[in-house]
Write a protein that binds this ligand. Structure first.
Ligand code: ZN
Length: 287
């Protein structure tokens, strides 16, 4: 019979020593907020295992049977809010987490003040939502509060995806949208008072890939977030590079990267006239 002896809490803690980040479990004394706990669930698991001490998890959605093929949580969590389910999973994974992982089961568009307050006390924000308007809205809040952010997007059919990271002195997600030639959508977003209603054609086109496709992106996003969190402290973790955009090809991206299992990085420049971080008039986010 296998040894099923319960491991004392302090031993779990000691066994979690992480030589790469030079920390014990929970000793990266930082707070990360993750919005979107579908794919974001895997990112949360990576960060907790890497030693990030505090996590805020935000998602209004409920875990359904159809989500299981791509979700960190199993069938016992069906019907539970996704943020709360991931919190419970992490605590189950390591009880040391208890009390330092907070779940919020509301819509960020409907709790703007509370959301801004959470972002302003975070060291990094991860955006794993699946709508363009939520990405721009969260970007605006991060720009206003000078909070680093990591945006994760999967390309249609899961052929690959991209990770864009924002640091307060560099290009924001709005600059990136300009860079991609998406002025039409930006204008539509700026003109829409309630940002929640501003759908993009990309939302419709997005087709989820396999859980495996998602895992590649979750791993890169978590790793990039660690780079940002460790910027101001001594550590042994090699950086993924200074570029703010990483494109990852899992199975070949038509007209972008034909080769599978390949990445490309670029440094997206700051757009001087950016609607969000530029010198022109600031957008009203109704905060
Ligand atoms: Zn910008």
């Amino acid at each position: 019979m296998k040894n099923k002896q319960k491991i004392p809490k302090e031993d779990v803690y000691e066994a979690s020593k992480n030589p790469r980040t030079n920390t014990l479990y929970g000793q990266i004394d930082k707070t990360v907020t993750i919005i979107g706990l579908g794919g974001g669930g895997e990112i949360a698991l990576h960060l907790a295992r890497s030693g990030v001490r505090r996590l805020n998890l935000i998602d209004f959605d409920t875990l359904e049977v159809g989500n299981l093929v791509r979700h960190a949580c199993g069938s016992k969590y069906i019907g539970q809010n996704k943020a709360e389910a991931v919190r419970d999973l992490l605590v189950e994974h390591n009880p040391v987490c208890k009390g330092s992982i907070l779940a919020y089961n509301w819509d960020i568009f409907k709790h703007r003040e509370e959301f801004q307050s959470i972002v302003s006390t975070s060291d990094a924000v991860i955006i794993a939502t699946d709508t363009d308007s939520s990405r721009l809205f969260i970007n605006d809040v991060c720009v206003e509060t000078n909070t680093p952010a990591v945006f994760v997007t999967m390309f249609p059919k899961g052929v690959g995806g991209q990770i864009f990271s924002y640091l307060p002195w560099a290009a924001c997600y709005g600059c990136f949208a300009h860079h991609e030639g998406r002025q039409g959508f930006i204008q539509k977003y700026v003109d829409t008072l309630e940002k929640i209603d501003c759908a993009s054609d990309r939302d419709v086109r997005s087709m989820p890939g396999l859980g495996i496709d998602q895992s590649f992106l979750a791993a890169i996003a978590a790793r990039k977030t660690l780079d940002i969190l460790l910027l101001d402290q001594e550590h042994l973790l090699p950086s993924l590079g200074n570029e703010n955009r990483i494109v990852w090809s899992t199975s070949g991206i038509p007209r972008v990267i034909s080769k599978p299992l390949t990445s490309a990085s670029e440094d997206v420049p700051k757009h001087e006239e950016c609607y969000s971080c530029g010198n022109s008039q600031k957008i009203q986010t109704n905060l």
